[in-house]
Design a protein around this ligand. Structure first.
Ligand code: HEM
Length: 516
């Protein structure tokens, strides 16, 4: 169909269309004919007929009540019939561009700022990832977050093609020979800052359930296979998972044991060359649609991690949680499930080592995503405080609102700076060194990021008021964040446990001969 011809109008011409059955409005120098739409308008018809709106420039009223994206939806975009002669639209369209709102982006992306950590390859990579997320992931995220369906296979396929699935596991030999984001960087260049960019850009969607649905189970479930699985097991599982053809979950937590891993009760005993596994696992991210499970089992007085393919004797039931069902969170049961002993990941009885070795990367990923969403909330609040008028002035004209914004900015910037320092250390340490030297700091930073995240969730809810408690419209990101930020505070280890871990790790390294 040919594109509609837009006409030019004067303000006076628009003013003549100011009554029921014949209503035009101007929004950002664009003219909309809302005559027929009025009766379908979710905000009601009457609000469009009032003085100061019908036939007038309604830009300020509009942006006090709607997100910009409303005007981009095809069914509403076609209400535009023209533009105002001699006037230009000034509202910047949404897209992949770097935000110019102060603190909306980490400083390394902000104009005029520099950073010791990011090189040219990170900038190239960032542009490609942001474009990919904006065009491919975001539309699916919005849809699935709402309808609870699992991530669309076309998105998974593209994440496989671009090797995002592989890159989310960090630098390493699994990237060898792969083309990353269409070749914008080489596998040899890829470091933890590139990985940080992926997690951060995904988190910008502001859809917490979908972020876990986006194969987070694989980010934590596949590394034990890569690091501890036999070459045969790896050859069978890894290519398909990295291509997005099969899915895998990490199954450690149980109704009996969450952060206290040693309390698990799923048991495995040997019969010939098979493990026989019985027990249950709870809160298993992606478990509902996974083909493989990396399962922590009690074997005698010790623990062993075993790779279990989905099979008879297993069931995965969705758990209703506070976030979207798109995450595929499941309650998993094993009833005398048999797998070959060759599926053991690491040595029999060495499961705790396998489990613990996974945690640092998992926690780092969760906190990185959590902080990036926290930053998104800061951007939302800065924009809302500018465009929302109350008591005759912008919200940001109120000292109490500015004080909240100050606290939010300081929290996210503090977290970001520590995160970048830790990421730099990760780039310069082996995985074993990371466990020895920075496991504690990662735990402390995760607890800091999630605690400050929940403070920001509270503050932003106050700033957005009623809009912060509706799932659609102006405050939808605030509502999502307020509802789901506790996830970051629990998954991968709860705040109290991580704070304690961080301090205990420091105490272990106290010099015995130091005195005040
Ligand atoms: C092209 C013009 C417009 C379109 C396409 C449009 C569309 C919408 C949509 C989709 C909603 C549902 C909430 C959301 O998704 O954000 C909404 C709500 C609303 N609209 Fe409009 N609208 C338009 C113009 C206006 C104007 C000029 C006013 C002037 C006062 C207005 C007042 C409202 C109100 C009061 C609500 C309810 C907001 C709430 O519940 O918080 N709309 N509109």
């Amino acid at each position: 169909m040919a594109a509609k011809q837009l006409k030019e109008f004067t303000v006076e011409e628009v003013e003549r269309h100011n009554k029921e059955g014949d209503v035009w409005v101007i929004i950002d120098a664009k003219v909309y004919d809302v005559s027929k739409f009025a009766n379908l308008h979710p905000g009601g018809a009457a609000v469009l007929y009032v003085d100061g709106i019908a036939g007038k420039d309604a830009t300020q009223a509009f942006f006090g009540l709607h997100r910009q994206e409303v005007l981009h939806r095809p069914q509403y975009a076609r209400l535009q019939i023209g533009t105002i002669a001699g006037e230009e639209s000034i509202i910047k369209p949404l897209g992949a561009a770097v935000s110019e709102v102060p603190y909306a982006e980490p400083t390394w992306l902000s104009k005029g700022f520099s950073s010791p950590y990011y090189k040219e390859s990170h900038r190239r990579f960032h542009d490609a990832v942001r474009k990919f997320v904006t065009e491919v992931v975001y539309p699916d995220a919005i849809e699935c977050e709402e309808n609870g369906k699992r991530i669309s296979q076309h998105v998974v396929d593209k994440m496989g093609e671009t090797n995002i699935i592989a890159m989310r596991l960090g630098p390493g030999k699994h990237l060898k020979g792969r083309t990353l984001m269409g070749g914008v960087i080489t596998p040899e260049e890829f470091d933890y800052f590139h990985e940080l960019i992926i997690h951060s850009e995904l988190a910008r969607c502001g859809t917490r359930g979908y972020m876990d649905g986006l194969l987070a189970g694989g980010v934590i479930g596949l590394p034990p296979v890569l690091n501890f699985g036999s070459p045969e097991i790896q050859a069978k599982i890894v290519p398909d998972v990295l291509a997005g053809k099969k899915f895998i979950s990490l199954a450690i937590s149980e109704a009996f044991a969450g952060s206290d891993v040693s309390g698990i009760q799923t048991v495995a005993h040997k019969e010939g060359d098979e493990w026989v596994i019985s027990g249950t696992k709870k809160w298993i991210t992606n478990g509902h649609f996974s083909d493989y499970f990396t399962v922590a089992c009690k074997t005698g007085s010790r623990y062993t991690v075993i790779l279990v393919p989905r099979q008879d004797g297993m069931s995965t039931k969705p758990i209703k949680t506070a976030y979207s069902a798109t995450a595929g969170t499941a309650f998993v049961t094993f009833d005398k499930v048999r797998v070959p002993v060759a599926n053991t990941l690491g040595k029999e009885g060495d499961g705790m080592k396998v489990i613990l070795s996974n945690f640092n990367h998992e926690r780092w990923m969760i906190l990185a995503m959590s902080l990036r969403t926290q930053r998104l909330i800061v951007e939302e609040c800065l924009l809302w405080a500018q465009q929302r008028k109350v008591f005759g002035k912008s919200l940001n004209g109120q000292a109490v609102v500015r004080a909240k914004l100050a606290a939010m900015i300081a929290r996210v910037e503090a977290g970001q700076n520590w995160l970048e320092n830790i990421t730099h250390q990760m780039n310069n340490m082996s995985y074993a060194e990371q466990s020895d030297k920075i496991a504690g700091a990662i735990g402390l930073l995760k607890a800091f990021a999630t605690k400050t995240g929940r403070e920001t969730a509270e503050d932003s809810t106050q700033i957005f008021g009623g809009r912060a408690i509706t799932r659609t419209g102006m405050g939808k990101l605030i509502e999502n964040y307020h509802r789901t930020s506790p996830y970051d505070a629990i998954l991968g280890g709860s705040e109290d446990v991580l704070n304690d871990l961080g301090v205990r790790q420091a105490l272990k390294k106290m010099p015995k001969n130091a005195r005040l």
